[in-house]
Write a protein that binds this ligand. Structure first.
Ligand SMILES: Cc1ncc(COP(=O)(O)O)c(C=O)c1O
Length: 654
C-alpha cells in the first residue's frame, strides 16, 4: 500500500521539539557502528596503531579532555545559532532538514568521499549522477540527453550556467575559425529556419545560432578531420583560450566588426549573485540588463520583447536571459512559458536567439507538485483540490512545466530540498554542453566522453574541484524517502504554500489597530512580504524607519532578549521595482511616486517571512504560530512606535 504523505510528513523531520529524537539517534548509532565494523574488517591482519595502553598515557588523556571540553564549549556556543526547526523561525529560505538528509550526510561523512572523481568516491559520484537525473526528470528534461551535477550552492550553479551559456554562444565563432583553417565548409541552420554555409556568416549571425544548432554544428565538425586537428583549430579560435581582450581585437580584425559587448538579461528580481557572476566571468556588470516586473513581481514578457527588439536593432548580442522560478524576495515564478515565446518570436521575426536559463534555485523543487507518482503531470485543478485552496493558477503550472524547455536550470537542494548545506545543482538540457568547458588535469586520468549516466570524473567539467560526496548522499537519501512527486516533496511544498496563504490571510485581516499591515500580493510559492504602517508615518522614510525598528525587534538583531519570532527584511528599490510598487505606495498612503524614485538605495523596507514550516497550515495541537505571530507583531509595532518617539527622530514619527 502506498504511504499516505499526510502520515509520512511527521516522520520526515526531527521535529520542532525533537519529537523524532529516538529515530534519529538510532540511525546515527547504526551508521556509526556500521562504519566501525567496516574499519575493523578492512584488512583485519593490519595490527593496531592505537593501543589500549596508549589511551592511558597522560598526553592522550589530556587531549581527550581538551576535545571534550572544547566540544562542550562549541555546543554551548551553538545554542546561539538560528532555530530553523522552530515554527517561530519565519525568516530566510531555510527550514528543517529531512532526517533522511541528515543521516545520509552523517553516515557518508564518516567515509569522506570526494566527488571530484570516481576513483575517490566510487559510491557517491554515482549517487550524484543519479540525483541529477532525478532533478532533471522532475523539471521535465530527458535524463538521457541532459546533464547535471551538484554544486556548493546556487551562486556556483548559476555561475556555471552562464559559463556554459557563453561557451555555447561563442562556439559557432570558434567553429567558423576552425573550419576556415581546416579548409572545410559546414552548413549552419539560422534562427529564421534558413541554412547557410559557415564561411558566409557575419559575426552577428554566428553569435545568433541557436544552442541546438551550434552543438550539432560542433558535432559535425569533429567528423571532418582528425580529432587532434579539430581540437587544435577550435582552441585557436576559442574565447576560453584567448581571453576577452585579445579575442575582441582579433574578431574586429577578422570580421571588420568589433565584438559587440554581449549582454545578459535578468529579471529585476534577480539574485545579487548574478552581479558577481558577470563580474567574475569578465562580462562586466554594465552588461547586466535588468528587466521590468509586472505587478506580481514577475518578469514582464512585453517589456522583455521591447528590450530584445531594441538590442537587436543596435546589434547587441544577448548572451543569455535569466528568468527566475521562486524569486529571493517574494518567491515569484516568472511566466517562463511566455518568456520562451518571446525568444521564439525573436528567432522568427528578428533572426536572433539567446540561451534561456531559469534560476530555480529556490523554486525548483516546487516542480514536484506537478508530478504524479508515475511521473506524469498533475493538472492544475488536481493540485488545487489537494491543496484545498485556489493555488496554483493554471498559468503557474504552465510556467513550471516550461522549465523542461529552458536551456539550463539551477535548483538548490539546500533550499526547498530541506537538505543540509552545501548542495546546489545545475542542470543543462543538452549534456553535450559540458564538453565545452572540460579540462583534463594530469593527475586524474581523463576518460573518453562517457555516455550520460556513466560519468566517472565530474571534476573535468565543473568549476569546483574537491566536493563532498556526503552532500550527494544526503540529497539522494532524501529523494528516496520523499520522492520528487505528489507523495514526497510535492506534498511537503503544498503544505508550505497552504501555510503561507494562511499566514498571509491572517496578517491581511488581523486587527493590528492603530497599525496597518500592508501586504504584497499572495506569493507564487511560500514567501510572504508585508510592511507595517501607522497614521503618524507620513513619508516613505518614516515608514522605512518604523519597519526597520519592527524588524530589529523580530530578528536576531534584537539585543534585549531573544525575539518571539524571527523574520527578515529586504528593500525594494527603484527602478527595479517600478512596475510593481504603485499598489503598495497607494496602500501606504505616503509620499509620492517621486519620493519613491528619489529613494535610491534606501528604497522601501519590506518585512519578509519564508514559510518552510510544513506544520503551519494546520497546527495541532501545539501552539498556533500564526496567531502567536500576529500578537508578537502587534507588540513589536507598539514598541517600535514608542522607541521612534523616544528617539525624537524627526524623520520617523511626526
Ligand atoms: C533565486 C536565487 N538564486 C541564487 C541564489 C544563491 O544561492 P546560494 O546562496 O546557495 O549561493 C539564491 C539565494 O538565496 C536565490 O534566492
Amino acid at each position: 500500500m502506498p504511504t499516505d504523505p499526510r502520515d509520512a510528513l511527521r516522520a520526515w523531520f526531527l521535529g520542532p521539539r525533537a519529537e523524532n529524537a529516538e529515530l534519529l539517534e538510532r540511525l546515527v548509532v547504526e551508521s556509526l557502528r556500521d562504519h566501525v565494523f567496516w574499519r575493523r574488517n578492512y584488512h583485519p591482519e593490519d595490527g593496531f596503531a592505537i593501543r589500549e595502553t596508549d589511551k592511558r598515557q597522560e598526553g592522550y588523556e589530556e587531549n581527550v579532555a581538551t576535545l571534550t571540553q572544547e566540544l562542550m564549549g562549541l555546543l554551548a556556543e551553538l545554542k546561539r545559532d538560528v532555530p530553523f526547526f522552530s515554527g517561530r523561525y519565519k525568516g530566510h529560505m531555510v527550514g528543517e532538514q529531512t532526517i533522511a538528509s541528515q543521516i545520509g550526510y552523517f553516515a557518508t561523512m564518516l567515509y569522506n568521499p570526494n566527488n571530484i572523481a570516481l576513483e575517490i568516491s566510487p559510491v557517491t559520484t554515482r549517487l550524484e549522477v543519479e540525483v541529477a537525473g532525478q532533478l532533471a526528470r522532475m523539471i521535465g528534461y530527458d535524463p538521457s540527453r541532459s546533464w547535471g551535477h551538484l554544486t556548493s550552492g546556487g551562486t556556483i550553479a548559476n555561475f556555471e550556467a552562464l559559463w556554459l551559456a557563453r561557451s555555447v554562444r561563442y562556439l559557432a565563432v570558434a567553429a567558423a575559425g576552425a573550419a576556415a583553417e581546416l579548409g572545410i565548409e559546414l552548413p549552419v541552420r539560422l534562427p529564421g529556419g534558413t541554412t547557410a554555409s559557415i564561411s558566409e556568416l557575419s559575426l552577428w549571425e554566428l553569435l545568433n545560432v541557436g544552442n541546438d544548432d551550434t552543438l550539432d554544428l560542433w558535432d559535425r565538425l569533429w567528423g571532418t578531420a582528425p580529432h587532434a586537428d579539430v581540437q587544435r583549430t577550435l582552441t585557436n579560435h576559442s574565447l576560453a583560450a584567448i581571453g576577452y581582450q585579445e579575442y575582441s581585437r582579433r574578431l574586429a580584425m577578422d570580421y571588420g566588426d568589433p565584438l559587440p559587448a554581449g549582454v545578459v538579461l535578468v529579471a529585476a528580481t534577480a539574485h545579487y549573485s548574478w552581479e558577481k557572476i558577470v563580474r567574475a566571468l569578465g562580462i562586466g556588470s554594465n552588461q547586466l540588463v535588468h528587466l521590468p516586473l509586472d505587478q506580481s513581481y514577475r518578469m514582464d514578457p512585453e517589456a522583455l520583447w521591447q528590450r530584445v527588439n531594441g538590442l537587436a536593432r543596435r546589434r547587441d548580442p544577448i548572451l543569455a536571459l535569466v528568468s527566475v522560478c521562486g524569486t529571493t524576495e517574494e518567491s515569484a515564478v516568472d511566466r517562463l512559458d511566455q518568456v520562451l515565446e518571446v525568444r521564439a518570436r525573436a528567432e522568427r521575426e528578428l533572426g536572433i536567439t539567446f540561451h534561456v536559463h531559469s534560476d530555480a534555485c529556490y523554486g525548483g523543487y516546487a516542480a514536484a507538485v506537478t508530478r504524479r507518482a508515475d511521473g506524469s503531470r498533475r493538472t492544475a485543478a488536481e493540485i488545487r483540490k489537494s491543496v484545498g485552496d485556489d493555488w496554483p493558477a493554471d498559468d503557474w503550472v504552465r510556467a513550471v512545466e516550461a522549465l523542461g524547455q529552458a536551456d539550463s536550470v539551477t535548483v538548490d537542494p539546500h533550499k526547498m530540498g530541506y537538505v543540509p548545506y552545501s548542495a546546489g545543482a545545475i542542470l543543462v538540457r543538452d549534456g553535450r554542453t559540458r564538453h565545452l568547458v572540460a579540462t583534463d588535469p594530469p593527475y586524474l586520468s581523463p576518460v573518453e566522453l562517457p555516455a550520460p549516466g556513466t560519468e566517472r570524473f565530474l571534476g573535468r567539467y565543473i568549476l569546483e574541484g574537491s566536493k563532498p560526496g556526503a552532500a550527494a548522499a544526503a540529497v539522494w537519501l532524501s529523494h528516496k524517502v520523499l520522492p520528487l512527486d505528489e507523495r514526497g516533496y510535492g506534498y511537503l511544498i503544498e503544505r508550505t504554500v497552504a501555510g503561507a496563504r494562511r499566514f498571509h490571510a491572517a496578517l491581511a485581516t488581523a486587527d493590528l489597530s492603530p497599525f496597518l499591515a500592508v501586504m504584497l500580493p499572495l506569493p507564487d510559492i511560500n514567501i510572504v512580504c508585508y510592511l507595517l504602517s501607522h497614521p503618524s508615518l507620513a513619508t516613505l522614510r518614516a515608514v522605512n524607519d518604523f519597519n526597520e525598528r519592527v524588524y530589529t525587534r523580530m530578528s536576531l538583531a534584537r539585543t534585549d532578549g531573544p525575539p518571539e519570532y524571527i523574520i527578515t527584511r529586504t528593500r525594494l528599490r527603484s527602478p527595479a521595482y517600478d512596475g510593481a510598487i504603485d499598489p503598495i505606495l497607494a496602500l501606504l498612503a505616503v509620499g509620492s511616486g517621486d519620493e519613491w524614485k528619489a529613494s535610491g538605495a534606501e528604497g522601501l523596507v519590506v518585512l519578509r517571512s519564508t514559510i518552510m514550516d510544513p506544520f503551519l497550515a494546520a497546527p495541532a495541537p501545539a501552539p498556533d504560530h500564526v496567531n502567536g505571530f500576529v500578537g508578537a507583531l502587534r507588540r513589536a509595532c507598539a514598541d517600535a512606535l514608542e522607541e521612534g518617539a523616544g528617539a525624537g527622530d524627526p524623520r520617523s514619527i511626526s
